[in-house]
Design a protein around this ligand. Structure first.
Ligand code: GLU
Length: 587
């Protein structure tokens, strides 16, 4: 089929049969096109769709024929093709958003920690604020909660001032003054490397020295003027989705409470010396004013996505930083971004991130997305409690930890929303199904466990009847792509039934769990997923998950080594699906 016709078919309303118009007969509308774009995660004011949006606005609400559609989409065809054909980096954006929302809700319950209290504006900030914003490297965006609250970026500024200095001065000059070693010390420690350089640009000493390098390269510009330049960098990084602001109040308070930072500055000047003999006050003013820049979580998420995308802002396509500079910046964030908890954070979350004491955490999933959280309560290291909890939960559910790719296909069935993985998974699953029919030993093991699971669940009430056998046969056919062998299910059910009679009600299920636990180390994620899916479908065949079914599914997931949180997502998806079906049949 012609590719344009195929695109049109996705959005066309041909007499109420959406998505089926392959002849170009029906029409579409501005509203339908908007819905499809928004459903993909792309916002309507996206720079990459501005011509299409202008044309749509001119067309108003009148029906759009295939010919009009073809003319409409031409100027931004590649982008629209990816949107309508679900070829963006996270193809199933709606599903992904629902997962993010459930993590957001769970983390919201954590009210531990305390606001930073060294300056009034942070001490008095509303501690209950909680926002999460995500932006993919294709510019798909979701924003939940308090994502538009301006707050000072504080230490989140540090890696970006470093990136700015790298672009301006190059790595060699910077390296002479600032190290790249994790410090393992609190952020405001006065300790330095043996050669008297600060440990890295993410602790105060390193950030102050980095500010010194930048300040020394602008002899004719005062600290505020240079800050304006750095604010321009931030604005480009976040695709100018909102204005980058400056908080005079924060700056005044920071200056009034900067004794420790002055001590660091004097130490640096007395030790290694300051770059090009820059004025100490100018250096500190620049450092403190970078901390006083104000942004929102929604802006920081786009900035994080620009880093995830190698320096190219996903929503403006502008190369804001060179890829090499981004590589170095992310490496430093990975080693030292989360204060003196950076090692544990890398171990558990495995992503480059930077936090600030106002409650922001900016995190980068390279080549996939950036996200930012905002919640002012901090832990003892100065990291936002909910921000860290969100990162942790996310990597429990998704294969985002940099070393998840090492898993050899055994991640505990974590989700991978990436487009490439989506296709790979489908291919692996169809290979597995195909291999069963040719007698592959591994594939047959998966098939047998899957059958056992279905039967044990069906038999949980002590008996198995004909309609249940039919449900199992249908489920098997759907999952494996072919019908079970004749009489196979009956024979297996009979065996198990005999076992029940001999050993009591829960025997087959307990034996199943035991068998799954023994076999799980030999199963990869695909095999485990197929087995859980079979169990899930049989347990939920009647459209509800009864408490005992819920317990069985959890038992199976546990025995298979599938993360508890992943099962939660699966259950939540099922319930959403059921609710959607109920509302369709009600209307
Ligand atoms: N403005 C703070 C200071 O220099 C840094 C805050 C932070 O670590 O986020 O003390």
């Amino acid at each position: 089929m012609d590719r344009l016709l195929k695109m049109f078919a996705v959005v066309a309303d041909s007499n109420g049969t959406e998505g089926n118009d392959t002849e170009g007969n029906g029409t579409t509308s501005t509203a339908r096109i908007h819905d499809h774009i928004l459903g993909s995660g792309i916002q309507l004011n996206d720079f990459r769709l501005r011509t299409t949006m202008e044309r749509l606005q001119a067309l108003g609400e009148s029906p759009i024929s295939f010919e009009a559609f073809a003319e409409l989409v031409g100027a931004e065809l590649l982008m629209l093709n990816r949107i309508f054909n679900r070829e963006l980096v996270i193809p199933d954006w709606q599903e992904f958003c629902s997962d993010i929302e459930s993590v957001f809700e769970r983390v919201a319950e954590d009210c531990s920690g305390q606001n930073a209290d060294y300056i009034p504006i942070l001490r008095d900030a509303d501690p209950d604020k909680w926002g999460v914003a995500v932006c993919s490297v294709d510019g798909q965006r979701i924003e939940i909660g308090d994502v538009d609250v301006y707050h000072s970026i504080q230490s989140v500024s540090k890696p970006l001032t470093y990136a700015y200095a790298l672009e301006r001065e190059g790595p060699d000059y910077l390296q002479e003054y600032v190290g790249v070693e994790p410090s393992g010390r609190p952020f405001n420690s006065l300790e330095l490397l043996p050669d008297l350089r600060p440990f890295n640009p993410c602790v105060n000493a390193g950030a102050i020295m980095t500010a010194g390098v930048v300040a020394s390269s602008w002899p004719d510009q005062d600290a505020r003027g240079i800050t304006e330049e750095i604010m321009k960098l931030w604005s480009d990084l976040c695709g100018a989705v909102a204005p980058v602001q400056f908080s005079e109040e924060t700056m005044l308070s920071e200056k009034a409470t900067a004794d420790n930072n002055y001590a660091i500055a004097y130490l640096l000047r007395g030790g290694k010396g300051l770059p090009r003999g820059v004025d100490l006050n100018k250096m500190l003013d620049l450092y403190l004013s970078c901390c006083s820049i104000e942004m929102t979580a929604s802006m920081l998420a786009v900035a994080a996505a620009t880093l995830a995308n190698g320096g190219v802002c996903p929503i403006t396509s502008q190369q804001v930083l060179s890829t090499d500079v981004v590589k170095k910046t992310l490496s430093v964030m990975q080693a030292a971004g989360m204060y003196d908890n950076a090692g544990v954070f890398t171990l558990e979350v495995g992503l480059p991130a930077k936090s600030g004491v106002a409650g922001a955490v900016l995190t980068v999933v390279p080549n996939l997305m950036g996200f930012a959280t905002f919640s002012p309560r901090l832990d003892s290291y100065g990291n936002s409690v909910r921000g860290v909890a969100f990162c942790r939960e996310l990597v429990e559910l998704f294969t985002f930890h940099i070393y998840d790719s090492l898993s050899g296909g055994r991640t505990g069935c974590k989700r991978d929303p990436r487009a490439s993985q989506h296709n790979r998974k489908q291919r692996d699953l169809s290979d597995l199904r195909w291999a069963v029919s040719h007698g592959d030993r591994y594939a047959i093991k998966v098939r047998d466990l899957l059958l056992d699971c279905m039967i044990a669940i069906t038999l949980a009430d002590g008996e198995i009847d004909e309609p249940e056998i039919v449900t199992m046969a249908e489920t098997y056919t759907e999952i494996m792509g072919h019908q079970p062998q004749q009489g196979e299910l009956h024979a297996m059910a009979q065996n198990l039934q005999n076992l029940i009679e001999a050993e009591g009600n829960s025997a087959p299920f307990e034996q199943l769990l035991h068998r799954l636990a023994t076999e799980q180390a030999r199963l990869d994620d695909n095999g485990r997923e197929l087995i859980l899916e079979a169990a899930f479908r049989v347990a939920c065949a009647d459209g509800i998950i009864e408490p005992e079914e819920d317990e069985q599914l959890r038992g199976i997931a546990r025995a298979l080594g599938i993360n508890e949180g992943v099962l939660e997502l699966e259950i939540a998806r099922f319930q959403r699906h059921q609710a959607a079906q109920r509302s369709v049949s009600a209307s």
